[in-house]
Ligand binder design. Structure first.
Ligand code: NAP
Length: 273
């Protein structure tokens, strides 16, 4: 029975992973969230599907992660097949500022913005991966284990320069660092052909909890227009979380040891939209 841990699973893409993976009763699905008790969708899935287990944990809290890993091990007999590092801080504060957009006197604000994104999107993912790694390595003794970390096309330096994408700098920079974290894990475990590390972008996905304000709508239109210039054939319509997860699960299924350390899109290549 394949086992999956998905972080940040109470909403958005993480919740769609839980919904789709738990449709197959053969899968054992662990939904890790900061506050699973307050997620109605997770609670309903937990009640209606025997294969959904809830775990509490902030990915920056090593103690909570360790308790979660112990719980997973006790259900699976000490193994884990897939870890999906989905949780992230997507910080829209000062979204339009490039690194040189902070004015004099805003140095502390700059540090705070970048460190906040790094703490969750880089260090949080490292803590999560390290905590669950013994379970994944146990799986790799007999079959393939995969660690998928959700990245973004905004972490692609080429697209950034060509598209003049200055927006969401702390987030994009932290995700670019995450891509290197994935490469480092891949390098460290390169001799183990039963373990695959992958940075995977989900495409542009509508995970908004409420309709955008007029100002947000303007920003979204601007972003879509920028992307359209790079991808003239793109429809301009964001994916739903379920569509994106469907595409990503195909990629996750297909990747092998030959792909370890790669940074791919939901199409399994470098086409980000
Ligand atoms: N949506 C897109 O278009 C898009 C594009 C490219 C990449 N991505 C990536 O895809 C992933 C999911 O995106 P999304 O749009 O679904 O994000 P989202 O709607 O902003 O949800 C983020 C999830 O991460 C959780 N989270 C945040 N900080 C956490 C922490 N410290 N510990 C544990 N959980 C934490 C949130 O939990 P709370 O509810 O408790 O805050 C929430 O469940 C992210 O890695 C994101 O960078 C998304």
């Amino acid at each position: 029975m394949p086992s999956y841990v998905v972080t940040g699973s109470n909403r958005g893409i993480g919740l769609a992973f839980i919904r789709q993976l738990s449709e197959d009763p053969k899968n054992i699905v662990f939904a890790l969230a900061r506050d699973p008790d307050n997620s109605q969708e997770l609670q309903e899935l937990h009640k209606s599907r025997k294969n959904v287990h809830l775990l509490q944990g902030d990915i920056t809290d090593v103690k909570a992660l360790k308790a979660a890993a112990t719980k997973v091990g006790s259900v699976t007999g000490g193994k884990l097949d897939y870890l999906v590092n989905n949780a992230a801080l997507v910080d829209f504060n000062r979204q339009e500022l490039s690194p040189d957009g902070y004015t004099e006197g805003q140095e502390e604000l700059l540090e705070d913005d970048y460190l906040k994104s790094f703490k969750v999107n880089v260090i949080g993912v490292i803590h999560t991966t390290n905590t669950f790694l013994p379970l994944l390595l146990k799986t790799s003794e007999t079959t393939v284990a995969k660690i998928i970390s959700l990245s973004t096309g905004l972490a692609d330096p080429e697209l950034t320069v060509i598209g003049k994408l200055t927006d969401l700098s702390p987030y994009s920079v932290s995700k670019a660092a995450l891509n290197m974290v994935v490469a480092k894990y891949a390098a460290a475990h390169k001799d183990n052909s039963n373990i695959v590390f992958l940075a995977l972008s989900p495409g542009l996905v509508n995970t908004a909890l409420k309709p955008p304000t007029p100002e947000e709508l303007e920003n979204i239109k601007k972003t879509i227009a920028t992307f359209k210039k790079q991808y003239p054939d793109w429809s301009g319509v964001p994916l739903t979380a379920d569509q994106s997860v469907g595409y990503m699960l195909d990629v996750i299924k297909k990747v092998t040891a030959a792909d370890t350390g790669a940074f791919l899109s939901h199409w399994g290549n470098k086409q980000w939209l």
